[in-house]
Design a protein around this ligand. Structure first.
Ligand code: 13P
Ligand code: SF4
Length: 319
């Protein structure tokens, strides 16, 4: 629509005027991902977003994603202004792990190394020894296990269970989940697979164990896009937020991609496989943020200093 074109043009002008760069996640709207690409920004998984923002020379980062991604950017680059289209965009994992309760959980298990998923608040990261994203979680836990460390893991029980099953590490799990990935149903995927026996099954590890068990490939959003390219299969069943199809289909234009069903009967649910918080990012509120400086991320200085250590461990980790 003409309105979207005008907004996109305005954002392009403002990005230049404000010395800003757009850092977008795969789950945001196609128009936002396209804009990020056209303007020299990035469309990426959460680890690559963190790396890109930290290394980029722009003085303002516009983070299109959810709040923990904006906070991570600010913690890594306190000298930069970090704007988000809306500060309301949170994550069920972050919401399900309040700092006070998490601190009490850690206090009760002082013998364990505290590893938290990136999908957490700055206050929770401040208590952690390590932060990980789904793309390196298994490698980091393997490394800790080799050093004989026992792990306290939060907040995603499905990702935690998957890592435990992959590594055999001693892990105590917080009881959190992603409301989007939790909706994928093994039965629905099996039924779809019966119709397309040649299809590869690609699964994000925030999905329940029964779904992960059916996967040919388990990985972060970026890893799933790479797998779609590398696998010989001409068809793919994909269990992650449907926002990923924009870049995945570009990567494999000739392949047929199916959304993994979110209901046991094999039907897809129109509002399930899309994160309601990612969906709050739009061209309109992004233009407003750039025009007015609204949606600025601020992180308390003392908290920032503490949260930086486990984040730097993640960025410096070599498998
Ligand atoms: P990725 O690190 O795979 O991009 O995952 C982030 C996320 O929030 C998935 O729901
Ligand atoms: Fe959080 Fe799930 Fe949304 Fe990712 S998809 S931001 S894990 S609620």
């Amino acid at each position: 629509p003409a309105e979207d074109k005008a907004r996109a043009a305005e954002i392009k002008r403002l990005l230049v005027a404000r010395n800003a760069v757009l850092v977008a996640h795969y789950y945001t709207d196609d128009a936002i991902q396209q804009l990020a690409e056209e303007t020299g920004g990035c469309v990426a998984d959460s680890l690559e977003m963190a790396r890109f923002g930290a290394r980029h020379e722009a003085s303002t980062l516009v983070v299109a994603g959810v709040r923990f991604m904006g906070e991570t950017a600010k913690i890594l680059s306190p000298e930069k202004r970090v704007l988000m289209p809306t500060l309301e965009a949170t994550c069920s994992l972050d919401l399900g792990c309040p700092a006070a309760e998490f601190n009490a959980f850690c206090d009760a298990h002082p013998d364990r190394t505290v590893v938290v998923y990136a999908n957490t608040s700055a206050a929770v990261k401040a208590r952690a020894d390590w932060v990980v994203t789904s793309s390196i979680a298994v490698d980091v836990i393997e490394h800790l296990q080799a050093r004989g460390e026992k792990v306290l893991w939060a907040p995603d029980k499905h990702l935690g269970g998957y890592i435990q099953q992959q590594t055999g590490a001693d892990m105590l799990l917080w009881d959190g989940a992603c409301i989007v990935h939790e909706e994928f149903k093994a039965k629905g995927i099996e039924d779809l697979k019966a119709l397309h026996p040649d299809a590869a099954v690609l699964v994000h590890p925030e999905s329940p164990a029964a779904v992960v068990q059916l996967a040919d490939v388990v990985g972060s959003t970026s890893q799933l896009i790479s797998a779609a390219k590398q696998l010989p299969n001409e068809r793919m069943i994909v269990a992650t937020d449907r926002g990923i199809f924009f870049k995945m289909q570009q990567a494999v234009p000739g392949k047929l991609l199916f959304e993994a069903p979110t209901a046991g009967n094999g039907a897809t649910c129109k509002s399930c496989a899309h994160c309601p918080w990612m969906a709050m990012n739009a061209l309109d509120n992004m233009a407003t943020a750039l025009r007015e400086g609204s949606g600025e991320i601020r992180v308390d200085a003392a908290l920032r200093e503490k949260a930086l250590k486990p984040l730097e461990r993640m960025l410096n980790f070599k498998r």
